[in-house]
Write a protein that binds this ligand. Sequence first.
Ligand code: GTP
Ligand code: MG
Length: 240
Amino acid sequence: MKEGLEQTLVLIKPDALRNSLTGYVLSLLSEYHTGLVFAGVKIVHVTTMLAAEHYAEHRGKIFYASLIDYITGAIHYPTAPEKQRVVAIIYQGPEAVTKLRAIAGPTNPHQARDQKPGCIRALGTVAPLKNTEGKVVGERMDNLIHASATDEEAQREVKLWFRPSDIPPAMHAYTTRESGDHFYFKNGRLLSTHEQGSVLIAAPGDIVWESDLSALEEIRSSRPSSIPLDSIVAKYLINR
Ligand code: GTP
Ligand code: MG
């Protein structure tokens, strides 16, 4: 991270949109209240691919499927795909991660109400998770916002959701590099030349996160990559 450019990723989740809490959340997070500034903002229709990369650490857990349904908007807008979206925001400034985590509050809305009345997640809810026989097997935490937990997580998440070109260059916290090649994506594979139905990820002259570009070069030459391909391309597929 570059000096003085501490960043964190916030997602205003579908339950917050559904309950018309977006403006309230933005007010609590305003520059006046937090000393933080926007470095990037976008409305994202969350694909299963992006959701799976964002919540990769929870793969295999009992609540995983419902977590993916929740963040993709399938739970709160089941019959209105056009409303299935989140607001993704990069906040920048001193102590961005810790400030946002404090205002968000505990993960579980019940605990948030008990332990930190007034925090954002105190306004959330916990929904029962049922199996096919209708038996309660767990719970889903509808906690209104996401906020990166550590600087390392913030870096991974900012790069997962945002391209460098979504952020003013003077606010780039992480190293970028200019691509010298074409990279295309089709059916889970990386291509060097265009094929019918492939998506352009980067072209010569494009500014790309350095870590993504290194990983793309590794994947192209069949070397082991530190970043999964889906984790790089998901942001290039946003809102396509
Ligand atoms: P985020 O800001 O959304 O990442 O929440 P967090 O950092 O406070 O929690 P974490 O990253 O561990 O989990 C991500 C999301 O998974 C949470 O927001 C919850 O919706 C869900 N989750 C996490 N742990 C549990 C759990 O033990 N049970 C259930 N039901 N849901 C969980
Ligand atoms: Mg988390």
